[in-house]
Design a protein around this ligand. Sequence first.
Ligand SMILES: [Zn+2]
Length: 374
Amino acid sequence: MTRDMITVLDTTLRDGEQSAGINLNRQDKVDIARMLEQLKVDVIEAGFAASSESDFEAIKAVAREIKDSTVCSLSRAVERDIDLTAEAVRGARSGRIHIVLSTSPVHMRYKLQQAPEAVLEQGVHAVKHARRYSDDIEFSCEDASRSESEFLARIVEAIIAAGVTTVSLPDTVGYAMPPEYGSLIGRLIAQVPNSDKATFSAHCHNDLQVECTINGIGERAGNASLEEIVMAIRTRHDHLEVRTGLETRYLVPASRLVSERTGFVVQPNKAIVGRNAFAHESGIHQDGMLKNPLTYQIMAPETVGGQDYQLVLGKHSGRAGYRARMERLGVRFSSEDALSEAFRRFKKLCDQKLHLDDKDLLATAKKEEEPHVA
Ligand SMILES: [Zn+2]
């Protein structure tokens, strides 16, 4: 893999499912995983095998079904979890065990109730245990953004030496500022002597990085959203100088499927996949769009599998947008005056009604200008 390729790990089925109020059954997980495979996501995190019998079964089903993406399950750094995880992903063509262990003072002291040295030892032991099952081991230093950098560097070096192939440094609680987070990862790569033996992975909540979920679902305020990251990388390749291998035309279908199965509605103004992401109502914008879509769109809707852009007619619209829409409905105005007169009727109607349908719009044109249906 070349250096400019970003590996995308989608965790819609694990972190996404951890959103309060979401519960995906086995069939939902298999269907969404198939969509993620079509999208060419590199790694699908299918769940947390030890969390429940049903999740274990769902991960197993996903592992059997998926051929092109790596399938992974999260696991605490304890032998029992790792055994279950290995069993769940065993049927995969390419399976990964993803171990998570806290490394921040507040987590080690209050959650794990262990001294840092013991945590380091537990991590190394867990990695060695997991290596008995797979060569593909990811390790997340939970709450990395609030961990002490010296300790973090030591544990990262030790787990890579023990056989970890991907090191994830999550901003678990969404605390780090983007430049801080970038320099945390940069520093570790520079400091840790064996850092070239592993891939470094970023996992943020509600930020622009690379472990992500469809529609940004996840714990609390959600995760970084896959569609935004992938399209930011694609649209600003000039600036970011990296690529992903994703089939972006499946972004909108994937968003719809996840929304339907989770019951989490996508807000209309959501970037890339929201209903309004390619809708234009203001007169100035519509006029620009009719002249050239590049005036107000940085990507074409087809690139992400969406419908063509829409010119929504409402109180902010202007004559150009109104005329174009009416022409699509088959109405040609006999003169500029006729257009002005109809446009005035349209503006008046906008004050009375929020959503205008084709019938309402046709009613703003005079009888003689209406399309003649043969
Ligand atoms: Zn998370």
